[in-house]
Structures are given as structure tokens and as C-alpha cells.
Write a protein that binds this ligand. Structure first.
Ligand SMILES: C[S@@+](CC[C@H](N)C(=O)[O-])C[C@H]1O[C@@H](n2cnc3c(N)ncnc32)[C@H](O)[C@@H]1O
Length: 222
């Protein structure tokens, strides 16, 4: 099931996340199993340059820089919410020049040369974008990634067991009614965005945290 209904505009997404601020962290209790899998499967130990789109409060970035990335790794977080950027900068301050965070207007193409990045990360971001913006993000990741680079994605998806299916359905209905109540996120299948588009999928699975299903996807450009 694919939702092609109204998604938050960039202005609305900025307003929602400026309001959510630090509450993003406790609200994201269901993300843990997906972020664990992504941290394991993303081969961050071999990454010289990491870009994260929609970095939020930089919780995942701090974990990667502390426990996975070697000291020379350069990290750049990008977000359209000024509040998130402020929180992310504070959280990553101790990493000094290794970590930078930048506010954007929500555009999903970036001023970096082709093949200049080792990891492009986006967690719980594709599921709030329009399908067109999601395709732009994936196309831009393909351009940015080095030959052995990896696209590392996690996001809400449709569950398979009875409980997970019921949770996905309820979440989807809530999104249809008031997308801002669920931070603009709705269940989405990300893998079809990569099909026929020069990607080799290295890892793909659905995990469930607190009954909420998430898709984890790691792919290399071909
Ligand atoms: C659901 S939160 C996820 C935050 C974080 N990645 C995590 O997993 O906890 C979505 C984040 O994406 C940001 N965002 C939404 N649309 C964006 C866009 N077009 N460009 C950059 N950031 C965006 C929001 O401001 C917010 O911080």
C-alpha cells in the first residue's frame, strides 16, 4: 500500500520540527532496533565522509562518531529546522571540526562534487517527503556517493504481523487526518525507490520497535 496523499510542505515541516525540538528524542522510542541495524550494516568504520540529511537532534550522529567512525571521519548534518540545527550543533560540539551542522531551505541537492561522500544517511526522513522529493534525495545520494560508498536509510514502513499491520494502518490513518500530529511521517516502502536505478542493495530488513515497524536499507551505487 502506498500513500500518495498530502505531505507536509517544507514550511510546515520546519514549523513542526521547530516546535518539537528536544521532544524528538523521547518521541522516537520505536527507532532503536532500526538504528542499531543501520549502525551495524553501514560499515561506518570505513567512512571518511558522512552526510546526514534530516539529522534532527544528531542522536544517531553522536553515536556513529563515538562508537563507529574512525577519528578522521568528517560528518556533516543537514536539516531545515533551525531548532534541530541548534540542538544538533550543541550535541556535536565536543567533536570540534570533525562535525558540522547546516540549516538548509529543505532543498535536496547539495553543493559537493560527484563521488565525494562515503555515506549518505537519512533516518525517518524519506517517510515525510513527497515521493518526488524522496526520488530527488536518492538521485542526489547516487551522485554524491563514491564508488564503494553506501546509502544508509531507515524509516517507518508497513508491518507484516497482525500487530505491526494494525499499527501501520493506525499510523497511516492518523497521517491522512493530521500529518503534523505524526511529525509528517507515514509508513512507506523505501526499496521500490531504488529499483531500476543503479543500486545494489546490501542489506534490507523490517524490524519492529514497540510494535512500530521500520525498514532498514543499505545500498551501494552501481
Ligand atoms: C522524523 S525527524 C528524524 C530526525 C532524525 N533523523 C532521527 O532519526 O531521529 C525528521 C527530520 O528531518 C528534517 N527534515 C524534514 N524535511 C527536510 C528537508 N527537506 N531537508 C532537510 N531536513 C528535513 C526535520 O526537520 C527533522 O529534523
Amino acid at each position: 500500500m502506498m500513500s500518495s496523499r498530502r505531505v507536509l510542505s517544507r514550511a510546515d515541516a520546519r514549523a513542526v520540527y521547530d516546535r518539537v525540538g528536544a521532544w524528538q528524542d523521547p518521541q522516537a522510542f520505536y527507532e532503536a532496533p532500526a538504528l542499531d541495524a543501520l549502525a551495524e550494516q553501514g560499515a561506518f568504520e570505513a567512512a571518511g565522509t558522512v552526510i546526514e540529511i534530516g539529522c534532527g537532534t544528531a542522536r544517531f550522529a553522536r553515536r556513529l562518531l563515538r562508537t563507529r567512525c574512525p577519528p578522521p571521519t568528517q560528518y556533516e548534518g543537514i536539516d531545515l529546522s533551525g531548532t534541530m540545527v541548534r540542538l544538533a550543533k550543541a550535541r556535536l560540539a565536543s567533536f570540534g571540526p570533525r562535525a558540522t551542522v547546516r540549516q538548509t531551505d529543505g532543498g535536496l541537492t547539495f553543493d559537493r562534487p560527484d563521488g565525494a561522500v562515503d555515506r549518505v544517511v537519512a533516518t525517518y526522513v524519506l517517510d515525510l517527503l513527497s515521493r518526488g522529493d524522496a526520488r530527488t534525495l536518492i538521485g542526489e545520494a547516487h551522485r554524491l556517493l563514491a564508488a564503494d560508498g553506501r546509502l544508509c536509510l531507515a524509516g517507518l514502513t508497513w508491518g507484516e504481523g497482525l500487530l505491526a499491520r494494525a499499527v501501520s494502518w493506525g499510523w497511516d490513518r492518523l497521517h491522512a487526518f493530521r500529518p503534523e500530529w505524526v511529525g509528517g511521517c507515514r509508513p512507506l516502502r523505501m526499496r521500490p525507490f531504488l529499483e531500476g536505478a543503479c543500486w545494489q542493495v546490501r542489506h534490507h530488513r523490517v524490524v519492529t520497535g514497540w510494535g512500530v515497524p521500520s525498514e532498514v536499507l543499505v545500498a551501494v551505487p552501481e
